[in-house]
Every structure is written in C-alpha cells, then in structure tokens.
Design a protein around this ligand. Structure first.
Ligand SMILES: Cc1cc2nc3c(=O)[nH]c(=O)nc-3n(C[C@H](O)[C@H](O)[C@H](O)COP(=O)(O)OP(=O)(O)OC[C@H]3O[C@@H](n4cnc5c(N)ncnc54)[C@H](O)[C@@H]3O)c2cc1C
Length: 284
C-alpha cells in the first residue's frame, strides 16, 4: 500500500527556475503528472487529486461520519450528505441549515468578498488582522460553534492550528504561491506517496544503486530502497542513517579555517569526521 504522508503537495514550477532545474537534475523531467483514466466495470467514481478536495460531494459520491461525539456508537455514515440535505444526520436543525449553505458553495458564491491578489496587498493585510474563524463568520454567516464543531480540523488542518488561532490570510497565502495557474487547479498535485518521492529521486540521483530501475517517478515510487547501498565504503556519496549530529564546528578560527569537524552519535558511540564544508539542514 502506498499512502500520503505529511508533506505531499508539490507544484509545477516556472520553466527554467531554480526549482525546475533542480527537478530536472533528479530525473523529474515532467513535473506535471498525468492521471489514469477510470477503467473498472463499476460506475466511475469521482476521485480527488489531494485529500483536501471534496471530490464527489456534488455527485453524491461522498459521505460524512458521525461518531461518539454525536452520540453514535459505533458511529454512522450519512451518504450523499448535500443531495439528501443531511437527512438523518444527528445534528441540530440550525447546524443542518448552516452546513448545507456552506457545502452547497452558496456561502462563497453569494459573498461579495474579493480574495487577495498578492501578498502584502490591502486585502491580505486586512485578513492578517483577523482570525480565519472571524473571516468565515463574516463571509459565510456561520456561527462560531458550527465552525468549531464541524469545520475546524479541515479549515485549519494544513497549518496545524484551528481557525480560531490562525490568521485569515493563511487560507489564501498558499494560493498566492502557486507559480503556474492553469485555471483548472492542476498546479496542485501529489505523488502517490507524497513528497517522499522527491527525496527518493534525490537519493537515486546521488546513489543510482540504492533503488532498482530507472531514475523516474514510477520506479522510485514502486521499488524498495536498499538501505545497505546508501552507505558503501569508497562510494562518492554516502548517506548515513540513524546518526545524530552533536556538533559542527570549524577547526580553529572560523575566518581562516580550512576544515571543520562534524561529531555524530551512532549505535551508542560518538564519531568524528573532518570536512572541507558542510550544509546544516536540520529542519526547514
Ligand atoms: C504536516 C506537514 C505538511 C506539509 N505539507 C507540505 C506540502 O504539502 N508541500 C510542501 O511543499 N511542503 C509541505 N510541508 C513543508 C515541508 O515538509 C518542509 O518545508 C520540508 O520538509 C523542509 O525540509 P528540510 O530538509 O529543510 O527539513 P526536514 O525535512 O525537517 O529535514 C531535516 C532533517 O534533519 C534531521 N535532523 C535534525 N536534527 C538532526 C541532528 N542533530 N542530526 C542529524 N539529523 C538531524 C531531521 O531528523 C530531519 O530528517 C509540510 C510540513 C508538515 C510538517
């Protein structure tokens, strides 16, 4: 089974940009993905390109789950929630009306709100002065309780906080980063296993024997990593796993030093390596 992990969206880069050239160097020559067509015998199912889509919501190929929080044990599915107007859902009448308004898309269609065009414009700054929750309440007329009960995990999820704490600008910020807008939302895409594919392409480009097959998306996604090949004595590139770096320092005066020393712990022992240069990339 292949499934997404945390970092999953990658965008089609501007041609000739740094990131486009980097992708090219690791074998990602056609960064825009093409998709399989439905070929099963069952009726075609609407499938989202990202787990953030509500693909199928308007076609009835969608369901909401109500669990213990809604007094349901073990829980119940409400299939085709919008088409069936949330009939049978264990929620109050007012929540039902608000949610139908929200999920029908009317809430945003009827709003006169204009989204920001670029980071730093007047609208983006105004949005950054209020919470996302306030923005949804103003724009769509939802009550705070409805947002907190039903929408919080999704609306704030990409940022790891609830809309009560996030800046309203967060919801638009990512869109303003999209380098190429082809109008169909196709700039947002995910590999089958998320951005681990980029890491695997990088490993394959550096150490070709570490994954079987060609340095292409399909092969690196399907084939296992040979851990032993990552760290072979004599190889030009070695990747050392389970090694925690304890210190990185110049040998002598940093302004004049020709070398530096990296100390790391592995299997309960401390090792040192001397290097001409180092890139410390301990996170972001
Ligand atoms: C939940 C989530 C979802 C995300 N979604 C997306 C997305 O959809 N698209 C996108 O483009 N970005 C996304 N991001 C952001 C993206 O994942 C990060 O920007 C990116 O991974 C940062 O890469 P990095 O190499 O700088 O750091 P990291 O990927 O954090 O790598 C740093 C590495 O250094 C290691 N390390 C730290 N200290 C030491 C030490 N002392 N010794 C040895 N090793 C050490 C860590 O274990 C880690 O493996 C997401 C992030 C999160 C958390």
């Amino acid at each position: 089974m292949i499934a997404h992990q945390g970092s999953a969206i990658y965008l089609v880069p501007y041609p000739h940009s740094f990131i486009a050239r980097f992708y090219d160097s690791i074998g990602l020559r056609t960064p825009k993905l093409s998709y399989q067509k439905w070929s099963g015998e069952q009726p075609e199912m609407t499938i989202g390109r990202t787990p953030y889509d509500s693909a199928g919501l308007s076609h009835g190929q969608y369901a909401f789950w109500f669990g213990a929080k809604f007094g349901q044990k073990p829980g119940m599915w409400v299939v085709d929630p919008v088409g069936k107007k949330l009939q049978g859902a264990p929620i109050s009448e007012s929540a039902r009306k608000e949610l139908l308004h929200w999920f029908s898309g009317r809430a945003s269609e009827e709003s006169t709100f204009e989204p920001p065009m670029y980071e730093g414009d007047g609208i983006s700054r105004q949005l950054d002065s209020i919470t996302l929750e306030q923005h949804i309440m103003q724009r769509s007329g939802l009550r705070q309780e409805t947002i907190r009960t039903f929408l919080s995990p999704v609306e704030g999820g990409g940022s790891g906080l609830g809309p009560d704490a996030l800046s309203a600008y967060c919801v638009y910020a990512a869109d303003l980063l999209h380098p190429l807008d082809d109008g169909a939302g196709e700039a947002v895409q995910m590999f089958p296993g998320g951005n681990t594919t980029i890491a695997r392409l990088m490993a394959k480009a550096l150490i070709p024997s570490c994954i079987d097959g060609p340095a292409m998306v399909e092969a690196v996604s399907r084939n296992a990593v040979r851990l032993a090949a990552l760290d072979t004595p004599g190889a030009a590139v070695r990747i050392r796993l389970s090694a925690t770096v304890l210190s990185v320092h110049h040998d002598g005066d940093p302004a004049k030093a020709d070398s530096l020393t990296v100390a790391y712990a592995k299997d309960g022992k401390v090792f040192r390596v001397k290097a001409r240069s180092a890139v410390v990339a301990g996170g972001s």
